[in-house]
Design a protein around this ligand. Structure first.
Ligand SMILES: Nc1ncnc2c1ncn2[C@@H]1O[C@H](COP(=O)(O)OP(=O)(O)OP(=O)(O)O)[C@@H](O)[C@H]1O
Ligand SMILES: [Mg+2]
Length: 520
């Protein structure tokens, strides 16, 4: 081969290699440009390449906007240190590091969750790092939802389990206080202290109720009331001892609402506690209550047309940032060191169960205003339970009382005996049936039986009443229960009880129910 021929061959060969190289580079470039994941190449933190997916991920107009910028511009401040450490490690060791979940900031300031897989490589002769970035914002949201759902699940199981025991304990406490009250003079100092203790114990019951609103069993037990007193009473209770001024502007002619008093008290309490916590240095809370009609024309709320009662709580506290505003009703969202983040979540759930709506208006450092709407009712307000009832001093009736909690049986017996009732107690249904059978033949049969729904060992309330009705179809029986998975109203009807009473109850309330049923 002549020298010139050899040269031509050589040149052709080189050109071929070059063409091949170019082709292969363009092939890879097309590949990288079109993959759905973001690819960024940077040299010591300075971005020198980004693909189309990256432009979209970061909300850029084009690639030029970012070439030459520092990578740190797009990394969330919480992650800058760890990212720098990872770059250093890769430069030192020349090896890739493990995938990392971190946060990026888009050009518009939005925060996104990403997963980054970086690897060192030589780019045009220089030591560079190629990072493959995947947007996992949606996946994260989904994960959080699942975790929240799981948390709520476990919460409702725990709530269901402890509520029963908790209410039994409270019944014993409240009951003992009631009995102690009987030994004191009305309006004496001790009497007042005991009345206070009784009130606080009943408040403790709200704790369980709070948890129960998350379970499907937490359906409201509705009563027709005017919520004016409820608002004032609960607000003042929460604000006691604070240096917050409360201003009430509640219309006298507020329409009645049909609500679960305990649950709505919880709503008011939760909102006012938050206001108090937002005004640690003091301030004022303005409460407005008015009637509100929603028509086709003014309906910018997710409520159907109709008559509502609108109540707002406006505080002068620290306010809520725009970012947090969207999250405050989420379960477990809290900005407080010791907050559980359940207050507003349960508030929301209660108002929703009442076919109402709650909204909030707030800006950071400019106070907050929580507004709730509850449907008004056409029905008349039920007569208010008097706190002190006219109980005849001596009541001549014989009662059979079944409860497996000895403390409860003892105190009910003690208290009722003081009023002249004759009370016999049993621990389970089997004994109840035997006693009832024996007595029906005696000269002095029972006038009334009170049966607890769930009994640990032996027959419970349902099984017992079935047998007792066989003995006496006219039997007057009252169902008593703490928290139950079933509706007490429906058990009462279905099994032939005359009435029911929820634990924990005050002795006064028990006596009222007994008297009511004895006189019917
Ligand atoms: N009146 C308010 N002013 C300022 N921020 C509020 C106000 N009410 C609620 N928030 C914000 O909403 C968050 C959620 O409130 P929520 O009542 O659900 O939970 P929490 O108060 O943090 O905890 P918990 O009520 O369970 O003790 C609070 O952490 C707070 O950041
Ligand atoms: Mg709260």
């Amino acid at each position: 081969m002549t020298a010139s021929k050899q040269l031509i061959e050589e040149i052709r060969g080189r050109r071929e290699i070059q063409e091949n190289l170019l082709e292969s580079e363009s092939r890879y470039k097309t590949l990288v440009e079109n993959i759905p994941d973001t690819v960024i190449v940077h040299i010591n933190g300075e971005i020198i390449y980004i693909n189309q997916a990256g432009v979209e991920l970061l909300g850029l107009k084009n690639t030029d906007e970012i070439i030459g910028s520092p990578l740190s511009k797009f990394i969330h401040p919480d992650y800058i240190e760890i990212v720098n450490q990872r770059i250093e490690k890769m430069n030192d060791e020349g090896k890739s590091v493990a995938v990392l979940e971190e946060k990026f900031i888009r050009l518009d300031g939005g925060v996104i969750d990403v997963e980054t897989a970086p690897m060192p490589f030589i780019y045009y002769g220089k030591q560079a790092i190629l990072v493959v970035i995947r947007d996992i914002t949606e996946r994260k949201k989904m994960e959080e939802k699942l975790i929240n759902a799981a948390k709520l699940d476990s919460l409702s199981i725990i709530a269901g389990t402890i509520a029963h025991d908790f209410n039994n304990i409270l019944t014993a406490i409240v009951g003992n206080i009631s009995v102690a009250k009987l030994y004191t003079k009305e309006n004496s100092e001790l009497n007042n202290i005991l009345i206070d203790a009784e009130k606080y114990s009943m408040k403790a019951k709200n704790l369980t109720t709070q948890l129960l609103t998350f379970t499907k069993e937490g359906t409201p037990v509705k009563k027709i009331i005017s919520i004016k007193d409820l608002i004032i009473e609960n607000t003042l209770f929460v604000l006691r001892g604070s240096n917050i001024t409360s201003l009430f502007f509640i219309k006298e002619d507020l329409w009645p609402v049909e609500v679960d008093e305990v649950q709505i008290s919880q709503v008011i309490t939760n909102v006012v506690i938050n206001a108090r916590q937002a005004m640690l240095k003091g301030g004022s809370l303005e409460i407005n209550g008015e009637n509100f009609i929603i028509t086709k024309d003014n309906n910018n709320l997710p409520l159907s047309e109709g008559r509502y009662v609108k109540v707002s709580f406006k505080d002068t506290g620290i306010g809520i940032s725009e970012e947090n505003l969207a999250k405050i009703f989420d379960p477990y969202f809290t900005t407080k060191e010791k907050g559980s983040g359940l207050g507003l979540a349960s508030t929301f759930s209660i108002i929703k169960k009442h076919q109402g709506y709650i909204e909030v208006k707030s800006k950071l450092n400019q106070g907050a205003c929580f507004i709730f709407y509850l449907p008004a009712t056409n029905k008349k307000i039920e007569e208010k339970n008097q706190t002190s009832i006219n109980i005849p001093h001596s009541f001549n009736a014989k009662i059979l009382f079944m409860d497996d909690e000895q403390v409860i049986s003892e105190l009910v017996q003690k208290a009722l005996t003081k009023y002249g009732f004759e009370v016999e107690t049993v621990e389970n249904g089997n004994d109840a049936i035997t006693k009832y059978q024996e007595n029906i033949l005696s000269q002095r049969p029972y006038d009334l039986v009170i049966l607890d729904l769930s009994i640990c060992e032996g027959l419970g309330g349902k099984e017992t009443i079935k047998e007792l009705i066989k003995i006496n179809p006219e039997i007057k029986a009252i169902l008593s229960s703490g928290y139950s998975y079933e509706s007490l109203v429906s058990i009462t009807k279905e099994y032939g009880f005359k009435d029911y009473i929820m634990k924990p109850y005050k002795i006064d309330d028990l006596i009222k129910i007994i008297i009511k049923n004895l006189s019917e």
